[in-house]
Ligand binder design. Structure first.
Ligand SMILES: [Zn+2]
Ligand SMILES: [Zn+2]
Length: 322
């Protein structure tokens, strides 16, 4: 048998208990309509319903000019360091402990120094301003994602929007840096006139998805090492290897834009994503970085994952990027 998730489960039945349905969304550039599933496309949004506006604190970069004295000290340290490197056969650039301390004081907690403009830049939380209109990221009709997501009664459209700017640990999202996400459910039969949404007056590069149509396909997804009992992951890897395949990303943690399924923990070990009610949350939606299709970049060219509570889907979602 070829190396598919189904054949692995047939031969190693212990995997069956860990299988989840996922829908790979497979977006490609196009001109979706409001009555279609889409990435970055127009949303089926009632004309009389206010468009969501993000009022969370926004992480913005501010620059401060170094004083003449600070610049001269910095340049003196720089020259001393280069002179030491020139005299030292290993040629390593290194500042002394004292110099490092002085540099630290000049930086004053800033994250970067522009040595042409002689400005230090830092991220600050900006709570001023009227709020940022969110932008459409994803619209899913239940007919395209029948079993990978739970559909509450009377609902057949799921919409994901985000505020296309940076947020640092926004309300309810500890250890998170990225766009602020909101979800809406609705019934398509109840929407007649559609709203022409406002556009944000600012947006970060990578956070404005290009309109895409979807080509959804349902697959069986399996978990990463940390979400499996000890030993079973190794068995899955051996099984895949024997068939010239890879467990991770081929049989498990399927890559790309996805509904449902399992998250990959390739950058960090598993970070337990727990709901405010204490329940371990489940992967709901995955946004992927790419140059083609939606042309989105999240994190360090990574994946943004929205998790939901399996006990009560009305509990707030949690976000994670890796
Ligand atoms: Zn925002
Ligand atoms: Zn919960």
């Amino acid at each position: 048998m070829p190396a598919s998730t189904e054949s692995l489960i047939a031969e190693v039945p212990a995997f069956a208990a860990h299988a989840r349905t996922a829908t790979l969304l497979r977006p490609s550039e196009g001109t979706p309509g409001v009555r279609e599933s889409s990435v970055g496309g127009p949303l089926l949004w009632p004309a009389d319903e206010p468009w969501p506006v993000c009022r969370a604190p926004h992480a913005v970069q501010v620059s401060e000019k170094l004083t003449d004295e600070e610049r001269e000290i910095w340049q003196r340290i720089d020259r001393a360091m280069k002179e030491r490197a020139r005299l030292n056969p290993s040629g390593v650039y290194e500042v002394t402990k004292e110099e490092a301390l002085i540099q630290q004081q000049i930086m004053a907690g800033a994250s970067a120094l522009d040595m042409i403009a002689w400005e230090r830049t830092r991220w600050v939380q900006d709570t001023s301003g009227p709020g940022v209109p969110m932008v459409p990221v994803l619209q899913l009709y239940a007919r395209d994602v029948p079993s990978a997501l739970p559909w509450p009664d009377g609902v057949d459209v799921l919409q994901m929007l985000w505020c296309p700017t940076e947020h640092s640990d926004p309300p309810g999202q500890p250890h998170y840096w990225g766009p602020m996400v909101t979800l809406r459910y609705r019934s398509s039969s109840e929407v007649e006139a559609v709203l022409d949404p406002p556009r944000p007056d600012r947006a970060d590069r990578g956070y404005l998805p290009r309109p895409c149509v979807l080509d959804p396909v349902e697959v069986t997804d399996l978990p990463d090492r940390e979400d499996l009992p000890a030993g079973l992951h190794a068995e899955g890897e051996r099984w895949a290897e024997a068939r010239g395949a890879e467990y991770h990303r081929t049989l498990a943690c399927r890559p790309g834009w996805k509904a449902g399924g399992w998250p990959s923990w390739h950058l960090t070990d598993l970070i337990p994503i727990d709901c405010t009610c204490g329940t371990r949350m489940q992967l709901f939606l995955t946004v992927d970085s790419s140059d083609d299709g939606p042309d989105v970049c999240v994190g360090r060219y990574g994946e943004l994952r929205a998790f939901t509570c399996p006990t009560d889907p009305t509990h707030p979602i949690r976000l994670n990027i890796q």
